[in-house]
Design a protein around this ligand. Structure first.
Ligand code: ADE
Length: 255
């Protein structure tokens, strides 16, 4: 069976998964560390995306070319920019746009040149499994006295950490003008989506909301990743893997 790639944005998030990895084998490639093994019996490759679109694209291409992964699941944190998307919630990206991509007037704003694509959609089946995994995996958890809400919608990515109300307003106003209403902003998802699009591989991602992309974003971020994002990522990935197994059993006739 070709392995599932689990791409984490941050080492803190990956740490919990690494502790659970059975038969762990470290492979150094492209200046990165990849961990091959099994999680709950499912073959996986764990990797860190690193930060920013190019770094995440390199990691994704290596996962596909060198490790032959069947699909990529991404877990990370993001700034909440949609109405009602609060710190401690999760956003499952149903589509991805690069908010800093602008090759106009050669191509329409936000369009990926020479592909005709602007918003890249996550794989339907993986998305459905991931949303279900978020609901079951996060059951019973609370952040700041509130159960995490699972949102689903547009996630936008760009090569900057967005940490100011005016900066956020500028990004949102331009996106709204072109018909895009994002729930969350981060720095890698759309790049991973583009690599998966190029290779025809299923992709889905979930982001725990660490901040509201305002002036206190960097403060909230550091604390949050250590205390919350690690737990959420571990719970969601475990629930996701259980569901992948259920699906495989259903699709495999009993002998
Ligand atoms: N990841 C988490 N919070 C973010 C923010 N405010 N901007 C970009 N990426 C992020």
């Amino acid at each position: 069976m070709r392995p599932l790639a689990i791409l984490s944005a941050l080492a803190d998030e990956q740490a919990g998964l690494l502790e659970q990895l059975q038969g762990a084998q470290r492979v150094a490639h492209a200046g990165r560390e990849f961990w091959c093994g099994q999680l709950d019996g499912l073959p996986v490759v764990l990797a860190l995306s690193r930060i920013g679109k190019v770094a995440a694209a390199t990691t994704s291409a290596a996962l596909i070319e060198r490790f032959g992964v069947a699909q990529i699941l991404f877990t990370g944190v993001a700034g909440g920019v949609g109405e009602g998307v609060q710190v401690g919630d999760v956003v499952v990206g149903s589509s991805y746009v690069q908010h800093d991509l602008d090759a106009s007037p050669l191509f329409p704003r936000y369009q990926i040149p020479l592909t005709g694509q602007t918003a890249l959609a996550a794989d339907d089946a993986v998305l459905e499994t991931l949303v279900a995994a978020c609901h079951s995996g996060l059951q019973g958890l609370q952040h700041a006295g509130r159960a995490p809400v699972v949102h689903q919608g547009l996630v936008v990515s760009g090569d900057r950490f967005v940490n100011g109300a005016a900066e956020t307003r500028g990004i949102l106003d331009a996106l709204h003008l072109h018909g895009h209403a994002p729930l969350a902003v981060e720095m890698e998802g759309a790049a991973v989506a583009q690599v998966c699009f190029d290779y025809g591989l299923p992709f889905a991602a979930v982001r725990t909301i660490s901040d509201r992309a305002d002036a206190s974003a960097h403060v909230d971020f550091a604390v949050f990743v250590q205390d919350v994002a690690r737990v959420y990522a571990q719970r969601i990935v475990s629930a996701f893997i259980q569901r992948v197994f259920q699906r495989l059993q259903l699709s495999q006739p009993r002998r």
